[in-house]
Design a protein around this ligand. Structure first.
Ligand code: ZN
Ligand code: ZN
Length: 355
């Protein structure tokens, strides 16, 4: 955690802050290791303070290191204001995209003499580059996800409900050590596969349908995310054709992921290929997103995201084609940007699986 806090202090110096407090859950988890649900971290240029309520005092002592743990007399917000006052801080940063307006107004009232400076995505920017521990956890999450895909193939057949498949995947992932499912599992069969976010329903699978499965395991807070599309029985010419276009688009995009290219350029590689093949209008979402402690992080492989790709970013590559009243195909893998390209963390086969 030390190098993470050092990076944060650099941001404090750049913004001429003598204090900074962190209120977003994933961010305090990242900076302290604390896994509870209520905390505020306060940093000065020399010290780290951890404020939580009575329920979590013992857990905070066990999970964190290098923090002065503060026991609030009332609520954590009150304790933070008191601490800022007693330390005599003047210019204090906060997470402008996390604090609500009423919380902000509350601090303005409690510590009127303190200049409060709104920071945008400060900790998130540090989180964009994954360190070794994070990469290890992401690998584990991806591996559980792969195992679940392998396991579920035997279960997928006409007559089974989408919701039964989702439940089985979730149960299996947890048995393999996942904390939870990364999001509501998507099982979208037949015409429902035209919905990019078709969360499983009680619809029964039918012969001849394409089935999109999009899911991921969470391990030690880190999210995996993978999509495979399978077909029930021999694919017809259109199903095979659309599948092949998506697969090639993904392959080209995976080859384009490397340090120093813009995220939008990687998106364009897949988008161009799908467009020249006639389905540009049917690929209505970005090519991918970053993952980590949250399922959707920045930057994204999207037309308007010109962030430069850097080594250590963990991102998905997930082109898709969706046709209403017909269905859809999406193939998604989680990759880690290396010094010269990317390593694909999901290992499940990408060729069309016929069940
Ligand atoms: Zn996904
Ligand atoms: Zn995704």
């Amino acid at each position: 955690m030390k190098h993470r806090i050092e990076a944060l202090r650099k941001i404090m110096q750049e913004n001429r802050l003598d204090g900074l407090f962190v209120t977003k859950q994933e961010n305090w988890q990242y900076l302290s290791g604390f896994t509870g649900t209520n905390a505020i971290l306060l940093f000065t240029l020399s010290d780290n303070y951890f404020i939580t309520d009575f329920r979590y005092l013992e857990q905070a002592q066990q999970e964190t290191e290098g923090f002065h743990i503060i026991k609030p007399r009332t609520v954590v917000e009150e304790a933070l204001a008191d601490q800022i006052t007693s330390l005599g801080l003047n210019r204090v940063g906060f997470e402008g995209d996390n604090l609500t307006y009423s919380q902000y107004a509350g601090y303005k009232e409690k510590i009127p003499g303190v200049e409060l400076i709104s920071l945008f995505q400060a900790v998130e920017k540090i989180r964009q580059i994954k360190d070794e521990q994070e990469i290890e956890d992401l690998r584990k999450a991806a591996s559980i996800t792969d195992q679940a895909f392998d396991y579920i193939l035997d279960f997928i057949r006409p007559g089974v409900r989408e919701s039964e498949i989702a439940l089985e995947i979730e149960y299996y992932m947890k048995k393999q050590g996942a904390q939870k499912s990364a999001f509501d599992i998507i099982v979208a069969s037949g015409p429902r596969a035209a919905l990019p976010h078709g969360v499983a329903t009680d619809k029964e699978l039918a012969a001849g349908e394409l089935v999109i499965l999009d899911f991921g395991a969470v391990f030690a807070g880190y999210h995996a995310d993978m999509t495979r599309t399978v077909v029930l029985g021999k694919p017809d010419a259109d199903q095979q054709k659309v599948y092949d276009i998506v697969l090639t688009a993904q392959k080209l995009a995976l080859e384009a992921v490397k340090p120093d290219v813009k995220c939008s350029q990687v998106d364009l590689v897949a988008r161009d290929f799908i467009t020249v093949n006639g389905y540009g209008a049917n690929f209505g979402h970005g090519l991918g997103h970053s993952v980590g402690l949250e399922i959707h992080e920045k930057p994204a492989f999207a037309p308007r995201d010109d962030t430069v790709v850097r080594q250590g970013m963990a991102m998905t590559v997930e082109p898709g084609i969706y046709l209403s009243n017909w269905g859809g195909v999406r193939i998604e893998d989680l990759v880690l940007v290396t010094g010269s390209g990317c390593e694909i963390l999901s290992r499940s086969p990408r060729e069309l699986i016929i069940l």
